[in-house]
Design a protein around this ligand. Structure first.
Ligand code: IPD
Ligand code: CA
Ligand code: CA
Length: 256
């Protein structure tokens, strides 16, 4: 079952990625969502339409939650889709954007796919079966000390939350080797899974930003929690902290 879901998720993500690559050559029509920095383009909608119709064709009974206002009530298998994670990057042709697709079975994430069209990289995981990048197993880093770690974060669109995020950013910059800000939470999580970064934190994300990436981190041997170190819930937790596991306790302590 999971293998079938994965196959469709991967195909859909890669086809949507092709569409986004074509979109790089065309004019992107930008409109605004919750605020002046929350952008959406015609390619976000086109990518989502492609993915949703592929899922509907293969699995007409499944439920779907997709970022650009699609919610379909079906059975207890639910697809969670971000058709372009990193839309601002996409608009500027900054090459770090992704397509993120997760599938939940009775509330637990069973499959996750994050596809980076420009880098030709597809990360995926099945619950209990490890994480892969273009078919090869990936594992989190083995950095054991917080001071030696390279982290990544993002800043919320909700401007009232920015000062708090900057304060934490400033504090952690002084305690680590450095912090990146790449603009796609799904990529941030995938890079933690691949050991390219040691950890990621961010406030105020949505389920479609993190559902696939969180599974990929866990399946790569990493840890994903809320800001207090408790169980992370993609729908309810205010913040997410993901790491290689080894630095997690120090990470949580420094965040508090
Ligand atoms: C955004 C990206 C970004 C994060 C934002 C998200 P979008 O998703 O994941 O890294 O900082 O909070 O909303 O809007 O490009 O799909
Ligand atoms: Ca997103
Ligand atoms: Ca998006």
């Amino acid at each position: 079952m999971e293998e079938d879901l994965l196959e469709v998720a991967r195909e859909a993500a890669e086809e949507a990625g092709e569409l986004l690559l074509e979109g790089r050559e065309k004019k992107r029509e930008v409109s605004h969502k919750s605020g002046p920095t929350d952008l959406v383009t015609q390619f976000d909608h086109a990518s989502q339409d492609l993915i949703v119709s592929k899922i509907r064709e293969k699995f007409p009974d499944h439920s779907i939650l997709a970022e650009e206002e699609v919610e379909i009530e079906g059975n207890d298998i639910r697809w969670i889709i971000d058709p372009v994670d990193g839309t601002t990057n996409f608009v500027y042709d900054y090459p770090l954007f992704s397509v993120s697709i997760a599938v939940e079975i009775r509330g637990d994430t069973a499959v996750g796919v994050v596809h980076l069209p420009v880098l030709c990289e597809t990360f995926w995981a099945i619950d209990g079966k490890g994480a892969r990048l273009n078919g090869d197993r990936v594992r989190v880093s083995n950095t054991g000390s917080f001071e030696d770690s390279l982290l990544v974060t993002g800043f919320p669109y909700e401007k009232d939350l920015v000062p708090q995020a900057i304060e934490v950013f400033s504090k952690l910059t002084r305690k680590t080797r450095g912090i990146r800000r790449d603009g796609s939470a799904a990529i941030d999580l995938s890079f933690v899974a691949a050991g390219r970064l040691d950890g990621f934190w961010e406030l105020d994300l949505s389920p479609w930003d993190i559902a696939a990436g969180s599974l990929i981190v866990r399946e790569a041997g990493g840890t994903v929690t809320d800001f207090q170190g408790g169980e992370h819930d993609i729908y309810d937790s205010a913040g997410i902290v993901a790491s290689n596991g080894l630095i997690h306790e120090q990470f949580i302590k420094r965040l508090s």
